[in-house]
Ligand binder design. Structure first.
Ligand code: HEM
Length: 221
């Protein structure tokens, strides 16, 4: 017996996806702070607050749950889709879908690999207590997340890996937002073109916003 219908799965996946989009916007805003002051104190202060506030710490596990649900249901739906359509090169189906929509599972897997490496480099180091501490000034004693980010983005190969991964994130997002609205049944002749344009603008802003960080650090910091 099926636990959820595929429509319910799409619904849950869309809600989880929209929730992750909110995270991406907050995460981007905080990360951009590393570019605005040379001493990294603003970024470190906010990172420390996010890392110690009980509400945000609890929310973090909700966030990981959101990622897990989105990924799990994404795989289940994709496999069900492949099994239901053995003739994958159906011309009509292909012509009716947008370019990026055909590669959601592929771009999704690339983002998953990126996320694994990203978490190992920053998040795991932080919870493992291996981030260097600040020794002087008002912030003495707290972890220097800023120096960790700056050191990583001084490596050309690492910057290239981020830029490429973030471009794939952009392709994923370009289809994601409009598709979430469709899955939630919010489809309307009048509003759908607006939602599609908004989705593209959001994808471009988020992608360029994130790409700015490694590129600016590499060339200007
Ligand atoms: C240039 C881009 C990015 C930078 C500089 C950056 C930086 C960081 C840092 C420093 C942390 C550790 C935060 C802490 O615990 O204090 C972190 C955590 C995290 N990052 Fe990123 N990040 C970037 C892009 C992304 C992207 C594109 C995603 C998602 C696809 C992402 C997802 C996460 C998640 C899920 C965590 C763990 C939760 C958290 O600590 O907030 N990051 N990132």
């Amino acid at each position: 017996m099926k636990l959820y219908s595929s429509l319910t799965k799409k619904y849950i996946m869309s809600l989880a996806g929209l929730f992750l989009l909110t995270f991406l916007l907050v995460h981007l805003t905080i990360n951009l702070l590393i570019l605005v002051d040379d001493g990294r104190s603003l970024f470190n202060t906010v990172a420390h607050f996010m890392g110690t506030n009980v509400f945000i710490q609890t929310f973090q596990w909700v966030l990981f749950g959101g990622f897990a649900i989105h990924i799990l249901f994404g795989f289940i739906l994709q496999i069900a889709n492949w099994m239901a359509r053995p003739k994958r090169y159906d011309k009509k189906a292909i012509s009716e879908t947008s370019f990026f929509s055909k590669f959601m599972i592929h771009t999704g897997i690339i983002i998953l690999v990126f996320l694994g490496i990203h978490l190992a480099d920053f998040f795991v180091k932080k919870i493992g207590g291996t981030v260097p501490e600040i020794h002087s000034g008002d912030l003495a004693g707290i972890e220097d997340m800023g120096i960790l980010v700056l050191e990583k983005f001084k490596m050309g190969g690492y910057v290239l890996f981020y830029v490429l991964s973030l471009l794939f994130l952009g392709f994923h997002l370009d289809h994601a937002f409009q598709s979430s609205f469709q899955s939630l049944g919010l489809n309307h002749d009048k509003y759908t073109p607006f939602i599609k344009s908004l989705s593209r603008i959001l994808a471009i802003v988020i992608t360029l916003g994130y790409i700015t960080i490694p590129v600016c650090i590499y060339f200007f910091k």
